[in-house]
Design a protein around this ligand. Structure first.
Ligand SMILES: [Zn+2]
Length: 512
């Protein structure tokens, strides 16, 4: 349903409007009673609850004003009680509310810019999405390659819930929330897609519960695209008593000790119930280090699970399934994995089994022989990566999508990512520093607060510290991605990369 469609909504479609109209009638009745001058009812009402609102000493007889006071503001009964819901489209201003409610993202966009100007990072697609009904747009799932700069790619992924400009960084919303951030804040950083974790959501609150409540978009109030992982990786890293068989993984919940089984089929089912735009195939993340026979055995099982995932995936317009390339750091295994996945056919391809302790050099050298063998016409997603310099290096090697908990996790631990490298705000050097964290960053942490205040928040263990620094870090990552996209489009990615490393090498601004 498009924004224009809701302009025709009637009061019958808008429960909040009906409710407000009801309240208005009740107040109007009281006012009418007063005007009729009912001598019996007026004192009783003043003595009651309304006495706090209608103090007897403020009442004036026959609605006349004394000479030293302004007259009463007249209430226009046509508009009374409607607030943000307007009756007619010709009145301009805010859009009429749709049948659920005004979205938080919508309200964010109505906020005035504040004394220092527009935050200015809300991308056009989020502006489109905030008017959506959390329902699929009807668009097909697609990937468009817009520009190349050698291996680096500039593209656009279209999903049921909006588009994603690539290279893209996806903030991680583990349990249905990007920790310490409102969805509107996440959108304001420029993020267009967030990641949800199947493992966490299946255990709490449960995929069926999320489905009953309208899917993850509506549940977490994020109308844009969502990618969910398959649950496999976190079963391996979090759950107790894991038992891996050809069928799947049986494990005990880290939350309450209950037993669960994840299989390719159940993982697809859970991700469908979450209403994930991009579903990840169920796989085994091969641990590092793994010798060649172990990595081969693991990869081959993941490829069988990929085929079962494809069979179990429900094809829906605008929704896609990504296969995951495994094979550890071995070229022959990675190539065999890509061949197996492309034989099955997926809407996108992820590189798994990296960012598991192998180090940047080995990650890059693995990508060097992996991405050139991957389909060019499909998006490529490097799972769980990473630090800013990991991302720049992986984009250079042909990766389009990234996710990592680092910006939010580091933000909660007083570590800021900036164009000059990382800054630890717990460090005493910031205690009296009135300068912003980064004078060029438009995020609220940098725009409205000093390093000294951020330092104080973390020292005092105030929750605003993690909130502000999570916002800054996610904003920094999105600024980085926007810079990367522009550079690829302009054919100057090498210059961008050189400037990126040079600025970081200079380090943080000198202490005062
Ligand atoms: Zn900032």
């Amino acid at each position: 349903m498009g924004a224009s469609g809701r302009g025709n909504g009637t009061a019958a479609e808008c429960p909040s409007r009906v409710r407000r109209a009801g309240r208005r009638r009740r107040h109007d009745r009281d006012a009418d009673a007063g005007k009729r001058g009912s001598p019996d009812r007026q004192p009783a009402r003043v003595r009651g609850r309304d006495g706090y609102l209608h103090h007897p000493r403020l009442s004036l007889q026959r609605r006349r004003s004394p000479d030293d006071q302004f007259p009463f503001a007249e209430v226009d009964p046509v508009h009374a009680g409607q607030r943000l819901c307007r009756a007619a489209p010709d009145e301009g201003g805010l859009f009429p509310c749709h049948r659920y409610r005004l979205s938080l993202l919508f309200l964010w966009r109505q906020q005035s810019a504040g004394p220092r100007g527009e935050f200015g990072m809300t991308p056009p697609d989020i502006q489109r999405a905030v008017f959506s009904d959390f329902e699929p747009s009807g668009a097909d799932f697609s990937f468009k390659l817009i520009a190349n700069d050698r291996q680096a790619r500039r593209g656009r992924v279209t999903t049921a819930h909006g588009t994603v400009e690539t290279p893209a960084f996806m903030p991680v919303g583990t349990a249905g929330t990007v920790k310490a951030m409102l969805p509107g804040s996440v959108a304001q950083t420029g993020a267009e897609i967030v990641l949800g974790n199947t493992y966490h959501l299946m255990l709490r609150p449960g995929a069926e519960r999320v489905a009953e409540l309208g899917g993850l978009h509506r549940f977490m109030n994020w109308p844009g695209p969502i990618l969910t992982d398959s649950g496999g990786y976190q079963v391996m890293s979090l759950a107790a008593l894991r038992k891996i068989t050809e069928d799947g993984v049986r494990f005990r919940s880290h939350v309450d000790g209950s037993y669960h089984t994840l299989t390719p089929e159940s993982s697809m089912d859970i991700q469908r119930m979450l209403d994930s735009d991009i579903t990840m195939a169920f796989d085994e993340c091969t641990p590092f280090p793994a010798d060649h026979p172990t990595a081969e055995k693991s990869m081959e099982m993941s490829m069988r699970w990929a085929a079962r995932s494809r069979d179990a995936f429900t094809n829906r317009k605008g929704y896609g399934l990504f296969g995951i390339v495994q094979g550890s750091v071995y070229e022959d295994l990675r190539h065999r994995s890509i061949q197996a996945l492309t034989d099955i056919g997926f809407e996108g391809y992820a590189v798994g089994g990296l960012a598991v302790g192998e180090g940047q050099e080995l990650m890059f050298s693995t990508l060097d022989f992996t991405t050139p063998a991957m389909p060019k016409e499909k998006p490529r997603y490097l799972m769980g990566v990473g630090k800013p310099d990991d991302i720049v290096g992986a984009v250079k090697r042909g990766i389009d999508m990234f996710d990592c908990v680092l910006p939010t996790r580091s933000g909660r631990n007083a570590q800021a990512f900036t164009r000059r490298g990382t800054v630890n705000l717990k460090n005493a050097r910031h205690a009296a520093d009135s300068r912003p964290l980064d004078e060029e960053c438009p995020c609220p942490a940098c725009r409205d607060y000093s390093r000294a205040y951020l330092h104080h928040l973390f020292k005092a263990q105030e929750m605003l510290g993690p909130m502000l620094l999570s916002w800054h870090n996610v904003a920094y990552y999105q600024q980085l991605m926007a810079g990367i996209r522009d550079a690829i489009e302009d054919g100057r990615f090498d210059d961008f990369e050189a400037a990126f490393h040079e600025e970081r090498a200079g380090g943080d601004i000198p202490a005062l």
